[in-house]
Structure formats: structure tokens, C-alpha cells
Design a protein around this ligand. Structure first.
Ligand code: BGC
Length: 784
């Protein structure tokens, strides 16, 4: 097997790890160490010696935990998955893993040792005001079976023993402390927890993996003799280091995403997440360490050494549930290429078991809106099918009886409602993840099962939406947690205080989503052959559309808030009435010209802005917006040195000062959702709605000369698609490779003329020109 084949094998395994078809039924019991020190404190292990009489056939370990586990056989780590068993709504299901451990065993005596950490299960979650520990339970525990050819060799029971680990503090937000002087001695028994083994399901996705390490690009000392390292990339993961020194000396590692003005190591934006490591040496030779039960979001590390010790090696280890990149985009504008790379990094760092908002501060939660706006881009850049499906199962579990979908999932506030006021569920744009994410999974992977699985939850969500204000127009209340509250177009920029720019009101944003979700669910019902539902939703969507037009359009065709988000949605989702189309286009154009070509959209408006402009053939404006380097704009952050996507357009001010550290993240993928437009509109390749999963590939490139030349690739389920265009004196050469067993459909564009296909002149019919699998060269001219 060459290294490419090896990579493929890993991929396939990741894919196969995914659907919940074959279950293993555990015979073991969930055991908890009696020496457990409770959340945040010293971690424990459980251990058992056992005798193996033959190794004639493969031996398998099935394992899971309440909390996080790491398993060792004869002191060697089992597998390379991190943060196992993963994160789900633990009261719904808990993943288990399965490993072939034959190579770690020997005939005769063997030892299995399972380390346990708090993880998401009982470690602290949420920011200070709503902080919760022991969310899903007070007790950590391990469950395991070892089998050989279907015979049970060993299982967790009350004959196991326990002890304390050298890990003296641990938590997802906390970081980890490790005292290497502590010996792992068996000091306690275990007790059997009351646990329902039926909660255990095969891990629905591939494990979290380490990516290739990154090494310091720069290193310097501050005036307090601390050493600072810049790894050149903001990501999620941890530091691995080697150290030599005296017993009792210690190494403290703090993390930061950014340097503030004057190179100040600034991690105020972590808020109450401690996110540091303290390692105490045992003093025997060279010692190596990386944490087991935590991760940090960072680019910089600050190392303080107390006592006699010296670091001999340091590296940053990024981690992710989606280690493999499945798409790339490059063009003649370097800053855009960096933007795409930044999006890949933000996806990696936030696709760790759950699609999170950010990987660094005291949050790291599966915010449903962020995942919703990013889902399409996520599927272009990585194989996100099973990752997002797993998330949707949590979303469904968290759905309230009244149909409201939670603000984030797995939802700590459903399990512990007392930590917040009101019910943190029901925001439009966020809850619409239940209709829009399955739709993207269907388009990208032709996965109909996800539609079947989610349809009941979609219908409950639609009823909830209708019921918020008892009708089509949703009027959200302003308080978080209130019934029908909406985040609207979260973080929509308003410009400077003297002349704020128009922004969409929550009612308009909510009603738009009411329409979009109803319309999409109608299409889904049609695909699934649910004719009655389809008909009802068709009628309901029309009622919402009419009400929307009546409520938000003036007689001259101006939309109520006249902002970029409203316009982009209205055009993209056909909410502009025919009689107003012409005027409306002018208003939209003006809404962009009036801002001097800077972005006026927040979380929900951003992914739709450029697709709407290119749909209307306003290519000049789209080109200006994507290339704009002022704040707010995608390339502003790139110019400021961003290596991942920022939460706020203005997260670092032009003078280098950090904006609002109390809510700021430098690794939030939402605004990276613009990448879907780079693939679908600029490179011109998109999944078709009628033959999804790229069985048919829609081809419709938009030529923005300033981006010349453009190339893109994507590994779709049938193989790799590549597209490339280049413009020379008005003549465009577009080369395309379409994988086997698919066809392309090249759509006509009235802005272009004189098409040829592989040297032959062609006329493109309105429903497109069919391209069989293989290589194609298409040429055309831009209209003068
Ligand atoms: C998160 C978001 C999220 C938002 C909801 C924030 O604290 O970081 O990304 O969508 O709250 O408004």
C-alpha cells in the first residue's frame, strides 16, 4: 500500500464508522473508581490483569465511558482516537469504540488500564453566569468487553481495581495539570453504576485525530523571562513537549490566539476558560508530555519554567474530527486563497465531535445557527456527511415538545434548565438547522435517509414557527430565552455611530426563515413522496410569501429595512414580487454602493449576499465586495494576519487593538461560509437538485476578471471534480474534469457568447449542454 492508498483506507474507515447499523451489546458493567475526586480534580484509572491462553484469532476491545477515557494494554495506548467516547446528548446515546488489540497482547499475563477524565460529561461547561458542572451526571465510569471470536475474555465488573493518575486537574475549559512524580498505585476498589447499556451506540463518526504537528515560526522572551512561541497558525489542539530537569520543577503553558497591540500576549477573550497546562517533572531523563483530556484554541504559547528545567522540544498538535481536506480553491488573488485556507482551519478546529462556535473560550458549544450557515461550505471542504448527521441526532433529542430547536446542541440548558432564564430554544436562523442541514447533506451525498430521519422534527419546527405569532409574520420578543426570541442577523455590522447603516429587524429575518424552512420542507416531502404534507406546505409557503410581501415591501418596491441581508435573502429565495423586480434590483445595488462596497451582513446574511448578487448578474458589486480590504470585509482580517476566520468583522481594530475581548473569537467559521460561493459560482461547480450527490454536476462559472486564474477541486462521492478558468483578452478557457458515472450540465449565461466545447462551436440550450464524464475544454467570450 503506498501512502495515498493508506490515506484512502483511513478515509473509508472513517466513512464506515458511521451509520448505526451493527450494534455490539456489552456484557460488562459501568464501573466507577471509588477514589474518584469529583469534577475538575485529580483523575483516576481502573485496571485489571488477565491471562490469555492463546492468540490464535483476533482479539477485540469494545469500550466506552461516562466522561472521557484513554485505554492502555500492557502500557501501550489503544488506537489513536482522542477525546473518546466523544460528545453526544449523553442521556440519549453514548458512543462506544471498537479496536483490534491483538498486537498489544501476549500469551500469559496482560493488563488493561483505562484512564478517566471529566470531559463534556461532567466537566464544567458554559460561561460564568450559566456555568454548569456534572451536567449529565456526577459519576465518571468505564465499560469494556474484550472478546475473541465471539467469546468474552474479560469485562468490566467489581473485580477491577482503581487508583489515581498523575493528572491532578483536568477539564475541557480548564486545561490539564500533570505531576509526573505521582506513581499510579492501585489504591481503591470500583463500584458498579446503575447504567443502561442500551444507551451505547457505535461511534457515528471517525475519531478525533491528531494532524501533522506545527513547529514554532518565532520564539522570543518577555521581560518576565517567559518564552513565547508563535506557531504561525490559529487552531485547536495542544502542545506536545519534551523536557529535562530536576524533580519538582514545572512547566506552565498558557495559550493565546492573538497578540494585542505592542505584541501583548492577549487571551482575555478566553474569559473564564483557564486553558493552561502545568507539568511537574519527575526528573528522570527526558520526559514527554501532551494532555489527554483537554484541548485549547490557540496560535501562541507562553512558557514559564519554575525550577531547574529545560525544554528540549515543543510542537503544536492540531486535532480534528475531519482530518482530511476534500476541496480546494485557488485564484489569482492571494488574500482569497488565504481566506479559503483560514476557513479550512476554522472548520478543522471547530469540527471536534460537535460543530462548535469556537474552540477557545468558555463556550465551545454546538451553536445550531453557526452550523446551519456553514453546512454547505463544510461539505465542500471536508467529508461532513456523518459528522453533521450525528449532530442532527442531538438536535432532534434537544427539540422541545413545542417543536422549538435549541440554541445549541448537545444542550446543557435542556438537561439543566435552572442554569438560564427562559427556554433557550426557538431562534429562527438557528433552529432552521433542522431543515437546512439535512438539505445540504442530501444535495452533497444523495443521502435520503437523513431526510427521513429529520422530517418529523422539521414538521414540529414548522408548527412551532407558525405558532410563535399565530401566523406567517413572526414577531420575536427581544429577550434571550423568551418564546420565539430570534438572534436575527447576529453581529450584523452597523458602521460608525454617526451614521449607522440599515440592518434587518428580527421580525423580518424570522419571517424570511419561516418561509425558507417551509419551502425546503415542502421540497423534502416531495422527494420522500409525502404528497399530503407537500401540498399543505406548498400552501403554507405561499401564505407566508404573500404575507411577507405585503408586510415588507413598499409600493415603490423597497424592502422595509433596505439592508443588504434583507435584499440578498429576498432575491435568492424568490421573495421579490415580479412587479417590483426592477426597482428592487436598483435598491439592492444602492444598498451596497451606499456602504462604499463594504459588507453589511451578519451571521445569516453573509452566506447569501454574494450568491444573490451573482444570481442578479451584478458581477461588479460581487467583485468589489469580495476584494474589499476595509472593515467590514472578508479580506480585512486576512490583511490583519488572520490565519482562521474571526467571529466579528472587526475583531482586531485597524490600529492592532483587540476589539471587545469579552466576546471575541478568532476562530469562528460562520463568515467562512462564503467559500460555498467560490466553489459554486466562481469555479462554477455545484450539486444538482434533481440528481444529488453530484450524480449530475451543475456547471455555471461566473467570470470575475480580478480573480483570474481560478482553479478548484472537490472529492465528491464519485471521485474528483476539477475546474479551472483563465481569461485572456476577453476569451475564457474553462477546463473541467468530471468523474466517472456522473454527467455535467453546462448552463448558458447571457453575459457570455461564442461557446466552443472541445474545439466545436456549441449553442447552449436553456436547460443546459450535457457533458459526459471525462475532460472538457470549453471556451467563450465575455460580452463587450
Ligand atoms: C456564539 C455564537 C452563537 C451566538 C448566538 C455566541 O456566543 O459564539 O457563535 O451563534 O452566541 O447568538
Amino acid at each position: 500500500m503506498n501512502s495515498n492508498e493508506a490515506e484512502m483506507a483511513i478515509d473509508n474507515r472513517n466513512n464506515q464508522a458511521s451509520d448505526l447499523n451493527v450494534y455490539y451489546h456489552f456484557l460488562g458493567e459501568m464501573i466507577s473508581p471509588l477514589c474518584d475526586q469529583n469534577a475538575g480534580n485529580q483523575a483516576s484509572f481502573v485496571r485489571k490483569k488477565f491471562i490469555l491462553s492463546d492468540m490464535a484469532s483476533p482479539i477485540t476491545l469494545y469500550i466506552s465511558a461516562l466522561g472521557l477515557y484513554r485505554a492502555f494494554i500492557n502500557n501501550k495506548q489503544v488506537g489513536d482516537d482522542l477525546l473518546t467516547p466523544g460528545w453526544t446528548c449523553y442521556d440519549d446515546r453514548i458512543a462506544y469504540q471498537q479496536y483490534d488489540i491483538t498486537s498489544l497482547l501476549q500469551v500469559g499475563e496482560n493488563t488493561i488500564e483505562i484512564w478517566l477524565g471529566d470531559g463534556w460529561y461532567r466537566g464544567r461547561l458554559m460561561w460564568e453566569e450559566s456555568a454548569v458542572t456534572n451536567c449529565w451526571g456526577n459519576d465518571i465510569g468505564a465499560i469494556a468487553d474484550i472478546t475473541q471470536s465471539d467469546f468474552l475474555l474479560l469485562k468490566t465488573d467489581d473485580t477491577w481495581v482503581a487508583g489515581l493518575l498523575p493528572i491532578t486537574a483536568q477539564g475541557i475549559y480548564l486545561g490539564e495539570d500533570f505531576d509526573a512524580r505521582i506513581k499510579k498505585t492501585e489504591s481503591a476498589d470500583v463500584r458498579i453504576l446503575d447504567f443502561n447499556n442500551k444507551l451505547l451506540v457505535p461511534h457515528e463518526i471517525g475519531g478525533v485525530k491528531e494532524l501533522s504537528p506545527l513547529y514554532p515560526q518565532q520564539k522570543w522572551r518577555d521581560k518576565n523571562c517567559r518564552t513565547l512561541y508563535d506557531f504561525g497558525q490559529n487552531t485547536a489542539g495542544y502542545i506536545r513537549f519534551r523536557v529535562k530537569g530536576k524533580s519538582g520543577a514545572n512547566i506552565r503553558i498558557e495559550h493565546a490566539e492573538v497578540l494585542g497591540k505592542n505584541q501583548y500576549f492577549d487571551n482575555r477573550n478566553y474569559r473564564s476558560a483557564r486553558a493552561e497546562i502545568i507539568y511537574t517533572l519527575n526528573g528522570c531523563g527526558e520526559e514527554e508530555y501532551a494532555p489527554s483530556f483537554t484541548f485549547m484554541g490557540f496560535r501562541y504559547a507562553r512558557v514559564t519554567i519554575t525550577g531547574e528545567a529545560e525544554l528540549t522540544h515543543i510542537e503544536m498538535v492540531p486535532i480534528s474530527s475531519v482530518p482530511d481536506v476534500k476541496g480546494g480553491f485557488q485564484c489569482g488573488e492571494e488574500a482569497i486563497n488565504r481566506l479559503v485556507l483560514n476557513t479550512i482551519w476554522s472548520q478543522r478546529s471547530n469540527f471536534i465531535e460537535v460543530p462548535t462556535d469556537c474552540p477557545q473560550r468558555d463556550e465551545r458549544l454546538g451553536w445550531t445557527g453557526d452550523a446551519q450557515v456553514f453546512a454547505n461550505t463544510a461539505c465542500w471542504l471536508a467529508d461532513s456527511q456523518y459528522f453533521l448527521k450525528k449532530f442532527l441526532r442531538d438536535v432532534i433529542k434537544d427539540q422541545r415538545d413545542n417543536g422549538a430547536i435549541s440554541y445549541f446542541s448537545p444542550d446543557t440548558t435542556r438537561v439543566r434548565p435552572e442554569i438560564v432564564s427562559g427556554d433557550w430554544a426557538g431562534s429562527t436562523g438557528w433552529g432552521d438547522c433542522i431543515t437546512l442541514i439535512p438539505w445540504q447533506i442530501y444535495l452533497h451525498y444523495a443521502d435520503e435517509e437523513v431526510l427521513v430521519e429529520c422530517l418529523p422534527a422539521m414538521l414540529k419546527w414548522l408548527d412551532y414557527l407558525w405558532n410563535i405569532s399565530n401566523g406567517p409574520i413572526i414577531k420575536p420578543p427581544p429577550e434571550w430565552g423568551a418564546h420565539g426570541f430570534s438572534f436575527g442577523d447576529w453581529l450584523q455590522p452597523i458602521g460608525d455611530n454617526r451614521k449607522p447603516r440599515p440592518t434587518i429587524a428580527d421580525d423580518c429575518a424570522a419571517t424570511i426563515y419561516h418561509y425558507i424552512s417551509t419551502d425546503i420542507t415542502q421540497k423534502i416531502a416531495q422527494i420522500l413522496g409525502k404528497t399530503e404534507i407537500e401540498q399543505q406546505l406548498y400552501e403554507r409557503a405561499n401564505i407566508i410569501r404573500d404575507a411577507f410581501i405585503n408586510e415588507y415591501f413598499s409600493p415603490s418596491g423597497r424592502i422595509a429595512h433596505n439592508d443588504q441581508t434583507s435584499w440578498a435573502f429576498a432575491f435568492l429565495y424568490n421573495l421579490v414580487p415580479a412587479e417590483h423586480y426592477k426597482n428592487a434590483k436598483e435598491y439592492f445595488r444602492k444598498s451596497i454602493i451606499d456602504t462604499n462596497g463594504v459588507i453589511g451582513t451578519g451571521f445569516i446574511g453573509t452566506p447569501v449576499l454574494l450568491p444573490a448578487l451573482t444570481k442578479l448578474k451584478m458581477y461588479d458589486l460581487a467583485e468589489n465586495l469580495i476584494l474589499n480590504r476595509d472593515v467590514p470585509g472578508w479580506l480585512y482580517q486576512v490583511e490583519q494576519g488572520a490565519t482562521s476566520i474571526w467571529e466579528r468583522w472587526d475583531a482586531i481594530e485597524p490600529d492592532g487593538e483587540i476589539y471587545s475581548p469579552d466576546m471575541n473569537s478568532y476562530n469562528h467559521y460562520a463568515y467562512g461560509a462564503v467559500c460555498e460561493w467560490l466553489f459554486e459560482s466562481i469555479a462554477g461547480i455545484a450539486p444538482s437538485k434533481t440528481q444529488p450527490g453530484f450524480k449530475e454536476i451543475m456547471i455555471d462559472p461566473i467570470i470575475l476578471p480580478a480573480l483570474n486564474p481560478v482553479s478548484a477541486w472537490h472529492d465528491c462521492p464519485y471521485g474528483q471534480i476539477t475546474a479551472h478558468w483563465q481569461i485572456n483578452n476577453n476569451k475564457v478557457t474553462y477546463s473541467l474534469e468530471i468523474p466517472p458515472n456522473t454527467t455535467g450540465r453546462l448552463m448558458p449565461n447571457t453575459q457570455y457568447n461564442n461557446y466552443t466545447h472541445n474545439g466545436e462551436k456549441i449553442l447552449i440550450p436553456t436547460d443546459g449542454h450535457i457533458l459526459p464524464a471525462g475532460k472538457h475544454i470549453i471556451t467563450f467570450y465575455l460580452n463587450e
